[in-house]
Write a protein that binds this ligand. Structure first.
Ligand code: GLU
Length: 428
């Protein structure tokens, strides 16, 4: 009973955070009250319960979600996560963040998010494939290449997207099949995926840190950083920071925390984790340390790249980093943010910092739609251009209106939506 309560508080936290962030920015710009009413609720919420046969022969029932927050600027867009903390409130919060993220990035997309409440470590690959396919079938035509386009998120990857694509296409008539390649992004490159989509989020995180450092007149060479979560985002961010001469001094994932003041090699850590069920625990270059001391470690840059609500008011006073680069969605809660800003810690907010992922998705979607294949260097250049434009806009608004970076990012995102609603009016 007690355990359930704790879980619920944690989950509700993300929705509460995103609403507070939204309301704060909406107050600052004096957002039209009718547009505010529209944006503070989600357009559509789908909850599906579906049966899947396990390897044992038993049938298990799963619960999946897809929340479509807003599509004023284009089709719904956002990832699917497989995690025990997935529920309707988490999906709502994450869908809202997607709306602000795509709006800020200037993409022709709205925001959505979803997933399945499960711990993927408990299932075989064959089971995960059947779960994914049956979930896709249950979503039916509520997703679609011009309607709602899922992508990878926590514990889902290119393989998951390939299963979704194949299942979705299999339900279409032969004549329609090949027109649906862009129903998901983040696919394997052999199945309509784009060069660079794998590293797009982490590269974007790295770029925002590079822009931040340049703005502060700092050199990244010799700077130390810590990463929470060594999945796709954490690894690629570490890889690019290391190439720039920065040092990965600590890493934390669900298996434990490792520390080495001389630095750990990101590529070797990835190879180790891949051979170790995705876990960093036991990697010889780092010494194990207490999980609760992670965020208080001496470092220059802190990259939360795991789940939401990791940096709370309890942790914020101990943070030594000069900047927090939010690779994850919603890693810093509102109370912690107040403390950090007062202490002079900069926060590169999630909707800016991790937007490289959805920008990479947009490039993939465009290529699929137009039958084009872009080269890696071209894609990384385009990504850098988009990230820089967003970063500069946020920086400019923050300085001009004396706002923190998150509020500035929300102001830009909401103003773009407000303009669309003002121009179009409300049907009927
Ligand atoms: N899941 C990623 C995010 O939170 C990517 C979404 C996408 O590419 O649609 O931004």
């Amino acid at each position: 009973m007690k355990v359930k309560k704790v879980k619920k508080v944690h989950k509700q936290g993300m929705l509460d955070n995103v609403m507070r962030q939204f309301n704060h920015a909406a107050d600052i710009i004096g957002l039209n009250k009718n547009i505010r009413k529209i944006l503070e609720v989600t357009n559509n919420e789908l909850v599906v319960h579906f049966p899947v046969r396990m390897d044992s022969g038993e049938v298990e029932i799963f619960t999946g979600y897809r929340v479509q927050h807003n599509n004023a600027l284009g089709p719904y867009k956002g990832g699917l996560r497989y995690h025990p903390t997935v529920d309707i409130d988490a999906a709502r919060a994450l869908a809202m963040w997607m709306t602000w993220k795509t709006s800020l990035a200037g993409l022709p997309y709205g925001g959505a998010k979803g997933g399945i409440e499960l711990d993927p470590k408990k299932y075989s690959t064959a089971e995960l494939e059947r779960i994914t396919r049956r979930f896709t079938y249950a979503l039916g035509d509520n997703i679609g290449p011009e309607l709602d386009i899922p992508a990878p998120d926590v514990n889902t990857n290119a393989q998951t997207m390939a299963w979704i694509l194949d299942t979705y296409m299999s339900t279409k008539s032969p004549n329609e099949r090949s027109k649906n390649l862009h129903v998901v992004t983040g696919k394997p490159t052999g199945s309509g995926g784009s060069q660079g989509r794998d590293r797009a989020t982490g590269y974007g995180v790295f770029l925002t840190i590079k822009f931040w450092a340049a703005h502060k007149g700092l050199d990244l060479t010799g700077k130390t950083f810590i990463v929470q979560g060594f999945g796709n985002v954490g690894y690629w961010a570490a890889h690019f920071l290391e190439k720039e001469g920065a040092k990965l001094v600590a890493v934390q994932d669900a298996s434990g925390t490792l520390y080495n003041e001389d630095g750990m090699a990101a590529d070797e850590l990835l190879a180790y984790a891949q051979a170790n069920n995705g876990n960093v625990e036991g990697f010889a270059q780092g010494a194990p340390m207490a999980n609760e001391d992670f965020f208080g470690l001496e470092c220059d840059i802190c990259i939360p790249a795991a789940l939401g609500n990791q940096i709370t008011a309890l942790k914020a006073p101990h943070i030594k980093a000069k900047v927090i680069a939010e690779g994850a969605n919603g890693p810093t809660d509102v109370e912690a943010e107040k403390i950090l800003l007062e202490r002079g810690v900069d926060i590169i907010p999630d909707i800016l910092c991790n937007a490289g992922g959805v920008i990479g998705s947009y490039f993939e979607w465009l290529q699929n739609r137009n039958g084009e294949l872009w080269q890696m260097d071209e894609i990384l250049q385009k990504l850098e251009k988009k990230m820089r434009e967003s970063y500069d806009k946020v920086q400019h608004t923050a300085l001009e209106q004396n706002l923190d970076m998150r509020t500035a990012a929300f102001v830009i995102a909401i103003e773009r939506l407000e303009q669309a609603y003002t121009q179009r009016g409300i049907f009927p």
